[in-house]
Design a protein around this ligand. Structure first.
Ligand SMILES: NC(=O)c1ccc[n+]([C@@H]2O[C@H](COP(=O)([O-])OP(=O)(O)OC[C@H]3O[C@@H](n4cnc5c(N)ncnc54)[C@H](O)[C@@H]3O)[C@@H](O)[C@H]2O)c1
Length: 272
């Protein structure tokens, strides 16, 4: 009988596969890049700010890693990016649409103010990056996969894309703070982009799934941590490396019969 652990390694392994991660320099993008490299993939790390002092790519070195500065909101830049990837690694097999913007707690007051006065410009920026950028990456990279025999796309959404934020957890803040509407709406859009493409490309052997994440610990203030954790059956935010297993599952043949689905990992938040 074949060694079980070798079979398992094969099931989850990505040896020789070509993966593309957008937003790769961010907190979670860096974790995904490391995980994909460890599983044997060639990885193209795309980000609009590769050189940011906080870049999570800084400590990752591999001759299977290619970092490219790309704004996903610029279709021409994505097209150039894929040309570079093709000439260096060949046809892409995996795309993780991870790049997005959120509204940090120290944002402009209007951005975190009441819905009624939420700025149109903030709505536009959020839609441009989180939704249009994901759409462009699917068009350019997914389109190439559909032409070249198949592939696998993972679109990253958020709990706030399937549920409304509970604004009560922000009531302790000195100034009124509302988790803004545009992030939620943009992340909901990702869910149906996934379903649309899963059916559209099924015959072309391109699988498309959403990975929906709960909040990640990132040195948030203590009151926020207490309020947020109170809503989670597991009693805490996720650690940044706790989505790597799901990435490996969705990116590999372990999920070969899965398309159009939404895998929710949230410590149980959405159960009650
Ligand atoms: N961190 C969380 O608590 C959390 C929770 C749920 C979902 N998510 C989702 O996970 C993903 C990653 O989140 P994160 O916390 O690592 O965010 P992050 O801000 O640390 O990283 C996002 C990265 O995207 C890049 N980016 C922004 N605009 C871009 C553009 N136009 N083109 C290319 N790159 C661009 C940024 O430079 C940054 O490196 C996002 O889609 C986010 O919505 C995060």
């Amino acid at each position: 009988m074949e060694n079980a652990s070798n079979k398992t390694m094969e099931l989850f392994g990505l040896s020789g596969k070509v993966a593309i991660v957008t937003g790769a320099a961010g907190q979670l993008g860096g974790c995904y890049v490391r995980t994909l490299l460890e599983a044997g993939a060639f990885v193209a790390a795309l980000d609009v700010r590769l050189e940011s002092p906080k870049s999570k790519l800084k400590n990752i070195t591999s001759d299977r890693l290619l970092s490219i500065e790309v704004d996903i909101n610029d279709k021409g830049a994505l097209e150039k990016g894929i040309d570079t990837i093709l000439s260096r690694f060949g046809d892409p097999n995996i795309l993780i649409n991870n790049a997005a913007i959120d509204t940090p707690p120290n944002s402009d007051e209007q951005d975190t103010g009441p819905f009624e006065t939420y700025p149109e410009s903030s709505w536009q920026i959020m839609m441009d990056v989180n939704l249009k950028g994901t759409f462009f990456a699917c068009q350019v990279i997914g389109g190439h996969m559909a032409k070249s025999g198949g592939g696998n796309i993972i679109n990253i959404s958020s709990l706030y894309g399937i549920l409304s934020p509970d604004q009560r957890i922000y009531e302790y803040k000195e100034k009124p703070f509302f988790k803004p509407v545009a992030y939620s709406v943009s992340k909901s859009g990702v869910l149906n982009l996934t379903r649309y493409l899963a059916t559209y490309w099924a015959k072309k052997n391109v699988r498309v799934n959403t990975l929906t994440l709960g909040g990640v610990f990132n040195s948030q203030d203590e009151v926020f941590l207490k309020n947020y954790s109170h809503k989670i059956p597991l009693g805490r935010m996720a650690n940044e490396d706790e989505y790597n297993g799901a990435i490996l599952f969705l990116a590999s043949d372990a999920s070969s019969y899965m398309t159009g689905a939404n895998l929710i990992i949230d410590g149980g938040y959405s159960c009650w």
